[in-house]
Structure formats: C-alpha cells, structure tokens
Design a protein. Structure first.
Length: 283
C-alpha cells in the first residue's frame, strides 16, 4: 500500500496542530503533505510547520481555493499513491485502516469515507444523495434531517453502504480512479468539488462507499467559525457551489429556480431572518 495524507490548511493553526498530533499518534508511518492557502493566520501555520519537520509543507502566496489546493497536492504525490483527503479541523477518533481495507476490498470503489461524529448531524450524514432542485432547497431551508425518510431530502434514513457522494472532510480516494475521472473542478472554490467529482466518477463506473465505523470527528465551518466576515463568505460560497452543481447536473432552469427560491426563503423564513439580523448586529 502506498498512501499520502493531504491537508489543505486555512487560518486555524490550532486545529491543524490537533490533527497532526492525531496522525502522529495513530499513523506515524503515513506521509503527510500540507498545503496552506494564504490567510491572515498563515504566519501561525508557519510556526507550526517548524515544529513538524516530518511533514511536507507548501505555503501558497495566494488563497487558490480548496479544490485547487487538493489538485496541487495530488499532482505532487507519487503517481502510485492513493490519497487520503483530510480537513484541517477533522479529528481522528480511531485508526483509519478500515478505510484502506474497504478500498482494497472493492476494486470499483473510487472513494471511501467513514461515519463521522458531529454535534450537528447524524454520523452518516457525510453521505448524501445526488443533489436535485427540491433536495437542495430542503437542505437550504434546514429541513433535510427531519425529512430524510423521503426522497426529496438529500440525506439517507440510515447509513448506506454506497452513496452518491460523501464529504471530503475525510475521504480516501483511489489514485487510479482519480486519474480516470480527473481532478477536482476548480470552479468550485470551497464547496461542491467532491460532489461533482463523485458524480463524474459514477459516470465512469466507480462508486463511493461508506464504512460503518465512526472514525473521525468533524463539524463543518470550524476554520472560519471565529470570524463573522469569513463565516458569511463561507455561506455565500456554499450557495454559489450549490447553484453551480444544479446548473451542471440538473440544467440552467433548476439553477435559476434555486437562486430565486433561496432569496425568497431568506426573506420569509424566521430562522433565516434571525441569522441576517445577528450578522448585522455583529458588524
């Protein structure tokens, strides 16, 4: 087995330090390469790099986005290496060897993800159905979890063995699948790149598997959760990516309808109005 751990870092050196400690404790023999996208905290990440000479570091002079950062890391990895994508705010709760075992047990598995502990959602909510207009609106409005028994939710009612796509917060990707499908589409700056890649992989005959073991802890948005401006930008990027996904996989009318409907939801849904007021008050 040849494997490379790839991490795209942004801002939070403290969270990245915790992840590196987990990797050192559980998988000391796995090589790690960190790409730091330039931010107001890159100096802190640089100080962390001095404490971890065993890690390969690349400091980008610009913030090129998550998808581009992953693509550069994969390009730099040995061509024979499968790649483990880890978010810098993820925590390892157990060894990740079940992911490797699952990948090699199924020759058509293009990628494998674990159950993930989260304070906000079910452990299998890293796995999703293909995004469509209605399911995207249900997710945006915040009803996806309670409606998961119905097909118009993008979430599964119980942990699936296979899914349409899985979160890139912890995703083991077979290198031959990556080479066959191609890299992440860099039009997706921060969100949606793994969704698009997984759907492209399915068209090429690959599939995404979910390992029924809770191996990782992760709550989305931790790298920007301490900064209101960064959080707002992250939310805007998420909606932009959702729109792009719908345009690509469901057509321009679906993307236009999503844009119009989300604007209406922002105006009429009490929870969205409160969020808008809270953001205004924090400025």
């Amino acid at each position: 087995m040849t494997l490379q751990v790839l991490v795209v870092s942004y801002r939070r050196a403290d969270l990245l330090a915790a992840l590196l400690a987990d990797l050192s404790r559980l998988h000391p023999d796995w090589p790690v390469h960190v790409w730091d996208n330039f931010s107001d905290r890159s100096a802190e990440v640089g100080a962390l790099a001095a404490k971890h000479p065993e890690v390969r570091w690349t400091f980008s002079p610009d913030n090129v986005g998550f998808a581009a950062g992953v693509n550069r890391l994969v390009e730099a990895a040995p061509q024979s290496a499968d790649v483990l994508l880890l978010n810098p705010d993820a925590r390892l709760l157990a060894p990740l060897t079940p992911l490797v075992q699952a990948l090699y047990a199924d020759p058509r598995a293009g990628a494998v993800a674990p159950l993930t502990h989260s304070k906000r959602q079910a452990s299998w909510d890293v796995a999703h159905r293909r995004p469509r207009l209605v399911s995207s609106l249900v997710e945006y409005a915040g009803y996806a979890a309670r409606m998961r028994r119905w097909a118009w939710s993008g979430r599964y009612p119980q942990p699936p063995q296979r899914c349409d796509w899985a979160s890139g917060s912890c995703l083991l990707v077979r290198r031959t699948a990556w080479e066959d499908v191609g890299p992440f589409d860099e039009q997706f700056w921060l969100y949606g790149e793994e969704v698009d890649w997984s759907l492209r992989a399915q068209k090429r005959g690959w599939h995404v598997r979910l390992v029924a073991e809770e191996l990782v802890g992760h709550d989305a948005g931790a790298t920007v959760g301490d900064d209101m401006t960064q959080s707002e930008r992250s939310a805007d990027l998420l909606r932009t990516s959702q729109t792009l996904l719908l345009r690509r996989w469901s057509g321009a009318p679906a993307a236009t309808a999503f844009t119009v409907a989300t604007a209406v939801i922002d105006r009429v849904q009490p929870a969205k109005r409160r969020q808008r007021a809270d953001r205004a008050g924090a400025r």
